[in-house]
Ligand binder design. Structure first.
Ligand SMILES: NC(=O)c1ccc[n+]([C@@H]2O[C@H](COP(=O)([O-])OP(=O)(O)OC[C@H]3O[C@@H](n4cnc5c(N)ncnc54)[C@H](O)[C@@H]3O)[C@@H](O)[C@H]2O)c1
Length: 331
């Protein structure tokens, strides 16, 4: 049995708390939001996970120290925009040998760092303590025990395998991968392609356009990954294609839904308000555009989403332009 601290009690942090407690571990769940903690503690449910009963034995806390002290694993589960501040605030508390896990999907806009890189910098620890856990994993499904597969990515195989053993059960299959940066780029960038697929749906285009966007979107994010030294195979695995399929097609996907609203004429602010939860694809756009420029990698779908989000091109024109570009071979 492991002792585990989870920092962030949104839908994913809460679903993972339930999973890990059910796996037999001692779990503390920290939140920055007192009202969220109160509902979890008194009603044993998360407001955004309707019908899911949280187990009685999870400890809910507003103290980062309490969540981290004595834990062999600390999970960073807030939206990406809060990861640096949460890691900086948590810095004094994790045990020196604790494995630090990021489940957030994002790239920091100013630094282009992935979330494990942000945690390493904020905490001041080496990469062999860090693991990125990512894949096609809706909280809504994991929290009710539906079959799911995920990737535990770490440069230190022992850390990645510890996470694999701790999270796996008869409905969660965990694979390991040493390509941490590739896994994290997949998790952040596929959300932008899901926005594009949603935009196409919102305009009223059909499955053909969506399939083209998903497939060509995968090509462009793999191209960027390769330019950054990642393994192309990662992009065609669970963390890449797998997560893109789920995000671009599922009714649970906020990015897909936000894209749909953009396509239907909402502004980005209106779409985020309507979705009511984090839309990581919008947060990842500045870094994706910055990285594509820095690496000289063409990313036309990402660029089209960026133009729609900034309101400089209307959604129909943006998607039509993608279909009417110069002739290319499919590489
Ligand atoms: N929900 C999923 O199915 C899922 C699955 C895999 C990965 N993820 C990733 O996990 C991360 C969290 O996603 P989520 O779905 O739980 O988001 P969410 O929108 O449910 O989480 C919002 C939570 O952020 C926390 N928060 C709000 N303000 C904060 C602050 N100032 N400081 C610290 N924390 C604050 C609160 O706990 C709040 O509940 C994202 O990066 C997401 O991409 C989510």
């Amino acid at each position: 049995m492991a002792t585990i601290g989870i920092l962030g009690a949104g839908t994913w942090g809460s679903a993972l708390a339930k999973l890990l407690y059910t796996n037999g571990h001692a779990v503390s769940l920290w939140s920055a939001i007192p009202a969220e903690l109160q509902i979890l503690e008194t009603e044993h449910r998360h407001p955004k996970l309707p019908g899911v009963k949280m187990p009685d034995g999870i400890r809910y806390t507003a103290s980062m120290e309490e969540a981290c002290r004595g834990a062999s694993l600390v999970v960073f589960a807030t939206p990406s925009v809060y990861i640096r501040s949460v890691a900086a605030a948590a810095k004094p508390y994790p045990e020196p040998d604790a494995v630090l896990i990021s489940v957030a999907k994002g790239i920091e806009p100013e630094t282009f760092l992935t979330m494990t890189e942000v945690i390493a910098e904020a905490i001041g620890c080496s990469e062999d303590r860090l693991v990125a856990l990512s894949g096609p994993t809706h909280a809504e499904e994991v929290s009710i025990g539906l079959p799911t597969a995920i990737v535990s990515a770490g440069t230190n195989p022992q850390a990645a395998e510890l996470v694999q053993r701790t999270f796996s059960n008869d409905y969660l299959r965990t694979y390991t991968n040493a390509d941490v940066r590739g896994v994290e780029l997949c998790g952040a960038l596929k959300n932008i392609i899901a926005l594009a697929a949603g935009i196409s749906d919102g305009i009223g285009y059909g499955d053909n356009a969506k399939a083209a966007i998903i497939t060509r979107g995968m090509v462009e994010i793999a191209r960027l990954g390769a330019a950054l030294g990642c393994d192309r195979a990662t992009f065609y695995g669970l963390a890449g294609v797998g997560d893109l399929i789920v995000t671009a097609t599922s009714r649970h996907s906020r990015n897909n839904r936000a894209g749909y609203l953009l396509g239907a004429g909402y502004t980005a602010e209106q779409a985020v308000r309507e979705v009511g939860m984090v839309v990581e694809g919008l947060n990842a756009l500045p870094a994706a555009i910055g990285l594509s420029k820095r690496c000289g990698v063409e990313m036309p779908i990402t660029a089209a989403v960026d133009e729609v989000v900034r309101g400089v091109v209307d959604p129909r024109t943006a998607v039509n332009r993608l279909m009417n570009r110069t002739y290319k071979t499919e590489v």
